[in-house]
Design a protein. Structure first.
Ligand code: ATP
Ligand code: MG
Ligand code: MG
Ligand code: MG
Length: 479
């Protein structure tokens, strides 16, 4: 079943059950706590918080999402995209736990002929929050799931809240068992690669205080009107229904891998796991980069622009590590457009602008790379001549600091020549530089103009931005 059809069936099922279909919000919303929309519920936050009355009792959507926090998982796990589509059904003080479970179960297990996804019920597992006995009872009664396929998990996995006092509640997640060839027995608690999480149901029933039940505290009250917020990963369902190993091989993403194979002359899945990760990273990032530009972001050194820059540059680096030196982004963009435009026609309409932003960023980065590569080669030649095998930390730092040459590329290029890099030394120099910049800025009281200080603040968690860990750790790497 094609990705587009998976979305269509979701919306059709829920509109058929009294839900109003709401279009995806932009990835960029005026929300100071988020860099990018990362879940279907984000556009409905005011209704859940009680700041505005919900215009409908029930809603459904397929929301564009970006999760920068998952960037390091991309290509390594089978299930994490930076951009993905989250299908959801929402109840604003209307139906609650029993119906949410029933709807999810019905859509997942109804036969494909009758509009469902046709998953075999005996492959499905559910998790519940530690003390949510009510949910356990409902799973048994409504779905007939046997006890051994319902697992309890603690608050870190199965309690949801917004990180501040306000609404919260236990979750139930639904997992599909891909079979013993994908990992260990023992359910999702034992192995989240074999047991693939496809759908998360949040039962918003509590009022949490300063301390979250996530970390073992008791909620301070019960919501007068209980809500439902769910999220089903379209790409994950697609991977399962298309019988492929991972989300990167599904119909809308795989074509980029094919393009990269054609450009590089290397084959995906040919027994080189390192190359395979690169292929998957390229395909994932090409799509997320384009979707982010489509929603109005341009590459830059701060916040969203910085994430975008990181994604685009990572494609270029990965392609280069597959042996391609020429510009590639415009070609990938065309492939992504062709795959995605049926669902997102604005990508086709806006293509010239999107493509030119990608081209420009690539040109700038390639210039950086070529001067950095020359410096690297000289340093490596000298090292080998002197009989050394480890590139000193200060050289890696100079490459990074003076030439903007990313440390991961230094590591890769060193490895290709059988050399290592003194990474500890490099990190120490990075830390010293950060400390200096902070002191300087404090002295000048110009903290806001100084990027490194800005990122450092983020790293210390002084703001409620999400995804700064991400930004900050990358800032240490690319700066
Ligand atoms: P995981 O534990 O696998 O990282 P999650 O618990 O963080 O997933 P939720 O926040 O519950 O995910 O999001 C709801 C659904 O969205 C998930 O059940 C999954 O199907 C999908 N999803 C979440 N993150 C991603 C991602 N990075 N790429 C693709 N789909 C995702
Ligand atoms: Mg996650
Ligand atoms: Mg999870
Ligand atoms: Mg989840």
């Amino acid at each position: 079943m094609q990705t587009h059809e998976i979305s269509r069936r979701f919306l059709s099922y829920f509109t058929g059950h009294g839900h109003t279909q709401v279009p995806s919000a932009s990835l960029i919303l005026e929300d100071p706590t988020l860099l990018f929309v990362n879940a279907g519920m984000v556009q409905f936050k005011p209704y859940f918080l009680g700041d505005a009355p919900a215009p409908w009792p029930r809603a459904t959507s397929v929301q564009k999402c970006v999760r920068t926090g998952d960037i390091d998982e991309v290509g390594k796990t089978t299930r994490h995209n930076t951009f993905f589509q989250m299908a959801g059904n929402f109840s604003f003080g209307d139906y609650f736990k029993a119906q949410a479970i029933e709807h999810a179960w019905t859509l997942l297990t109804d036969s494909q002929d009758s509009g469902g996804y046709g998953f075999a019920p005996d492959r499905l597992w559910a998790t519940v929050y530690d003390d949510d006995d009510e949910a356990i009872g409902l799973w048994r009664k409504i779905t007939g799931l046997p006890d051994e396929r319902i697992q309890r998990r603690d608050g870190r996995d199965n309690y949801w809240d917004m990180g501040v006092p306000g609404p919260g509640g236990p979750c139930s997640e639904i997992y599909y068992d891909r079979g013993p060839e994908h990992g260990r027995d023992g359910g999702p608690v034992a192995d989240e690669d074999r047991y693939l999480e496809v759908w998360n149901l949040v039962f918003m029933q509590d009022i949490r205080g300063e301390d979250s039940p996530k970390y073992g505290h008791k909620p301070i009250g019960t919501l007068p009107r209980k809500n439902i917020d769910t999220g089903m990963g379209i790409e994950r369902v697609a991977a399962l229904l298309q019988g492929v190993d991972n989300v990167y091989e599904t119909d809308l993403i795989r074509p980029v891998i094919a393009k990269a194979e054609e450009m590089s002359g290397r084959r995906y899945g040919a027994g080189n796991p390192v190359d395979d990760v690169r292929f998957r990273v390229i395909a994932d990032h090409a799509r997320s980069g384009m979707m982010i530009i489509g929603d109005g972001v341009t590459p830059g050194n701060e916040a969203r622009g910085y994430v975008l820059r990181r994604l685009l540059r990572r494609i270029v680096r990965s392609v280069r590590l597959l042996g391609v030196q020429e510009p590639v982004l415009a070609e990938f963009a065309a492939v992504v457009r062709d795959a995605m435009a049926p669902s997102y026609p604005e990508l086709a309409a806006d293509f010239p602008r999107i493509e030119s932003i990608m081209r420009k960023e690539e040109e700038t980065f390639l210039a950086t790379l070529s001067s950095g590569s020359r410096i690297f080669d000289l340093a490596a030649d000298k090292l080998v001549e002197d009989g050394g095998r480890t590139l000193p930390g200060d050289k890696a730092f100079q490459l990074h600091d003076t030439y903007g040459f990313p440390i991961d590329l230094t590591l890769e290029m060193a490895a290709e020549r059988g050399l290592t890099v003194d990474e500890t030394g490099f990190r120490e120099l990075m830390a010293e530089q950060r400390a200096r910049a902070k002191a300087d800025a404090a002295a000048r009281k110009t903290g806001h103009g100084d990027q490194s200080v800005y990122r450092d603040l983020l790293a210390r968690g002084n703001t409620v931005f999400t995804g700064y860990d991400e930004l900050a750790s990358e800032a240490r790497v690319i700066g």
